[in-house]
Design a protein around this ligand. Structure first.
Ligand code: ACM
Length: 590
């Protein structure tokens, strides 16, 4: 097969070469680029940037036409041509190496995205992710046509980006004491304890990663999370808080906050910047000057989430500022801060994005709102004619667990694949023009390395990818589940992990007439479920589940899924106490 580039277009040639170089032909062979005229009947792969744009396709759409002798990829813009290549790659078999003739089903595809913001957020503060791993994460995002990496670069547990004017941010703020075990319950640093754990990206690293992402048509939107989540910055520059006298450290994952109902919280240690101190704004000006110069994205994210106001409310300078500015409460004080940050970001020629807390106390002009606490905040922002990105915990939080709580240590909440697939970034009664798109967020308190990051990201990111690309009417759970399994095979061929929790049985219970009734489901349709109540281990010869049953007193339920006589899911062992605990809870996707 020869590769042709229409009219020798240099941008199409670049994408064609990228595609050919990524193709794993046996023995490291490469497809050859052919001359403009080839023999009649020769098999050809043709990359074309449309001379006259096809208005249906927009900037990211493409056509892909496969006939017996000719594969044609065409788009208006390089991004679309790149996506045509990703789709073609998915039509090839899931193998580490392609040998001999590879059949590609004939097809004629016209495809374009529903939303222009198709994102994943990666938290590299809680655990630093080396540069090469970030690139791998980007590679996989691009394969699924994500075009935005929201990069959470700062938090209480590490400051990850070199700022030349503020060297202590990384000299001090990027490193912490080492701890293993359950993040959130770690001991604070001992006196004089070394801080070997962490890392940061130099500005050269950042430029390299930004260029790598650009080659894959991904914009990187950096987040500097202020005024809260700033313990690492304050470890470096304690004078920027209302509590400069407090002994400070980069948090290794201690329990420094207490969470109450409805998202309320209290911090034991002040981790916010002082909104009443002009040095804070001078500091942020320096930070955003360098960040803006490093990232070509038009957006800068300033966080704004979960800022604790308890220390502000007791601080005389904050109280005086509130009086002077006529601020009625601490939300208005935070809004004052956010608006000043918005001005700094605007001076750098960028549009500010913040988490939906920036609505409270009044939105800054022109700010983009990223909705995470359900959809209400984002809906309110859209009604105020602000652009929004939808990223609700209920569908899009990749740090939540995907399987039974006895198998996966509960982290805040659980989020099953089948629920993620229900994500629609366009809420009812909102004008579509205010919805930039959607994204899923991987917070990494409990995620220490790339393989775990991938386990948490996939397959749910596939559900999100489809939700931000395709119209809801085109979505179909069973078809998605079938394709998910095909992509499990692709990941396996690449030696990459993805969670297979979707194969596990899902057990819910209810009490009825003094008895505990067990209901067993599977997320995937078409599995058979075998279980025991007699402490033996279930296999294909064990009783098959056909409907809810009463748990005999003191029995333990053991359950596993099968398909075609092969075990698929993980074994669940659920004690009576565990089954009682979940009584009355719905199936996780209902
Ligand atoms: C967030 O999850 N704190 C935005």
């Amino acid at each position: 097969m020869q590769v042709l580039v229409a009219n020798a277009q240099p941008e199409a040639r670049k994408i064609a070469e990228q595609w050919v170089n990524a193709l794993p032909l046996a023995g490291g062979k490469k497809l050859a680029f052919g001359p403009a005229k080839t023999a009649a009947g020769a098999r050809m792969l043709v990359f074309t940037l449309n001379a006259a744009p096809n208005p249906q396709l927009g900037a990211e759409g493409y056509t892909l036409n496969v006939t017996p002798n000719r594969i044609e990829l065409a788009a208006n813009q390089p991004a679309g041509l790149f996506y045509a290549g990703q789709t073609l790659r998915q039509l090839l078999p899931p193998t580490a190496e392609l040998k001999g003739n590879v059949p590609v089903a004939t097809c004629k595809i016209t495809d374009y995205p529903r939303f222009g913001w198709r994102g994943l957020m990666l938290d590299v503060s809680r655990h630093f992710m080396p540069k090469e791993d970030v690139k791998r994460y980007l590679d996989l995002m691009a394969q699924y046509k994500f075009n935005t990496l929201h990069w959470h670069l700062t938090d209480d547990n590490g400051w990850r980006i070199e700022i030349k004017a503020l060297p202590k941010l990384t000299q001090v703020g990027a490193w912490r004491v080492a701890r293993t075990g359950a993040f959130g319950n770690f001991a604070p640093p001992k006196e004089g304890e070394p801080t070997p754990y962490g890392g940061f990206y130099t500005q050269d690293d950042i430029r390299e990663i930004v260029a790598y992402a650009q080659e894959r048509h991904i914009q990187i939107v950096p987040e500097i999370d202020v005024p809260g989540h700033s313990m690492a910055a304050l470890a470096a520059y304690p004078e920027l808080s209302t509590q400069p006298q407090v002994k400070r450290y980069v948090d290794p994952g201690t329990r420094f906050a207490e969470w109450g109902p409805n998202g309320t919280f209290k911090m034991f240690i002040e981790n916010t910047l002082n909104p009443a101190d002009d040095r804070v704004y001078a500091f942020l000006d320096k930070v955003f000057t360098e960040v803006a110069a490093l990232f070509p994205s038009p957006y800068l994210h300033m966080g704004g989430d979960e800022a604790y106001h308890g220390f502000w409310e007791r601080d005389s300078a904050c109280v005086a500022l509130m009086r002077r500015e006529g601020l009625q409460n601490s939300h208005e004080l935070q809004s004052y801060f956010v608006k000043r940050v918005g001005k700094i970001i605007a001076q750098k020629g960028k549009t500010m994005i913040g988490w939906d807390e920036i609505l409270e106390g009044g939105l800054a002009p022109g700010a983009v709102v990223m909705g995470w606490r359900g959809t209400q905040g984002a809906i309110a922002a859209a009604q105020q004619k602000h652009q929004v990105v939808m990223s609700p915990t209920t569908f899009a939080y990749l740090d939540y667990t995907q399987g039974d709580p006895t198998l996966e240590k509960p982290i805040y909440a659980s989020l099953y694949l089948r629920r993620s697939y229900q994500f629609d970034p366009l809420p009812p009664n909102v004008e579509a023009r205010y919805i930039l798109g959607g994204q899923a967020n991987l917070w990494t308190e409990h995620v220490r390395h790339l393989r775990h990051a991938l386990y948490m990201t996939y397959p749910r990111a596939w559900a999100i990818a489809e939700s931000v690309w395709s119209l809801p009417a085109r979505k179909n759970w069973d078809d998605f589940a079938r394709r998910t399994e095909a992509h499990f095979a692709r990941f396996a061929a690449m030696g990459l992990p993805a969670s297979r929790a979707v194969y596990d049985a899902v057990v819910t219970t209810r009490t009825e007439g003094g008895q505990l009734i067990c209901q067993i489901d599977s997320e995937l349709n078409g599995l058979t479920i075998h279980y025991t109540l007699d402490d033996s281990f279930p296999d294909a010869a064990s009783p098959q589940y056909t409907g809810p049953f009463a748990l005999p007193p003191e029995a333990t339920l053991r359950v596993i899924t099968y398909r075609n006589d092969q075990p698929l899911g993980r074994l669940l062992i659920l004690s009576k106490e565990e089954l009682q605990k979940r009584a009355g809870k719905q199936r996780p996707w209902d």
